[in-house]
Design a protein around this ligand. Sequence first.
Ligand SMILES: Cc1cc2nc3c(=O)[nH]c(=O)nc-3n(C[C@H](O)[C@H](O)[C@H](O)COP(=O)(O)O)c2cc1C
Length: 358
Amino acid sequence: MPSLFDPIKLGAVTAKNRILMAPLTRARATMDHVPTPMMIDYYRQRAGAGLIISEATGISAQGLGWPYAPGIWNAQQIDAWRAITSAVHEAGGLMFSQLWHMGRLVHPSLPGRDRPLSSSATTMPGLARTYEGKHPYAQAKAMTHDDLRAVITEYRSAAANAMRAGFDGVEIHAANGYLIDQFLRDNANFRTDDYGGSIDDRIRFLVEVTSAVVATVGADRTAVRLSPNEERNGVNDGDPEPLFTAAAGALSDLRLGFLEVREPDFDGTNGRAERPPIAPLMRGAFKGVFVLNSDYDFRKGQAALDQGKADAISFGRPFIANPDLTQRFAKGLALTPDDKATWYTGGATGYADYPAVE
Ligand SMILES: Cc1cc2nc3c(=O)[nH]c(=O)nc-3n(C[C@H](O)[C@H](O)[C@H](O)COP(=O)(O)O)c2cc1C
């Protein structure tokens, strides 16, 4: 059985180990969604990961509703990302860009935004972050077929931009209740056309977006992230096992670089998932590299590899406060706890100021 320290081929690239950095929104870009110099330091420090998956990155202004999150739709953003990917490469790392459309979570008060888009005319519960505090979300517009085509074009162009910016590939963010997940799961999708209703119809948008990205950058530079088992941002499904098994099967046919599945523990110490694990069914349906995420430490991650449950593990929160996480795992060193208070605050504190041990 492979060790977390063994290399692994992820499509077109070979990661030096199986300890991947999960995507982490940190809200350190500018108000115009351009990456900042401190992000160069932050990502360079974490180049010991087998692969860094970038924080979620807007494919268009209309698709991005998180203040100070980065985008990848214009030349300024591409140039700023290039400085980051160069630094990661110089430090011996690899980096994918996580492509993000937030759908109904985009607040129309943000500059240049219209009414949010979603599969159906639903409203995200709770309050949106805006540049002027938190406000109730707006009801989404159910996407027309023209809207669907336009958003798929945005994914294509963002994927091409990511390659121009020097990324090694892209990961389509189809998890956590954002736009693609708003099509997948049945408590947010009430469509009666070819994009709603049956499982085949609900996975259609995911497959079309992924096929478009594959046609743009190649299957071996394309990955997808799914979160089958838990409510996220108000999105959930009544019968997720067949849905996500079918989604994994359809993505398998596209021969992606890898599939990343975020699934919390069901009955472990952090037991938050609502149902027994769905990932094993998805692993059976997906023939490529399978990456598992959520609530792993070194021991549990290695056990998942030993048991054949995954080929690699992505670690999120452990990378926030431990830039040298791979080294610490290798040497059995204690981990620094991260500070939740500085996850999204902007500014230098709690960002690139966590020291490596050596
Ligand atoms: C601060 C923070 C930001 C996150 N941002 C993203 C994101 O941009 N994209 C994404 O897919 N998941 C995001 N997540 C989820 C993480 O990638 C990961 O799934 C989660 O933290 C569980 O993994 P862990 O137990 O290793 O931290 C975020 C989580 C945290 C704590």
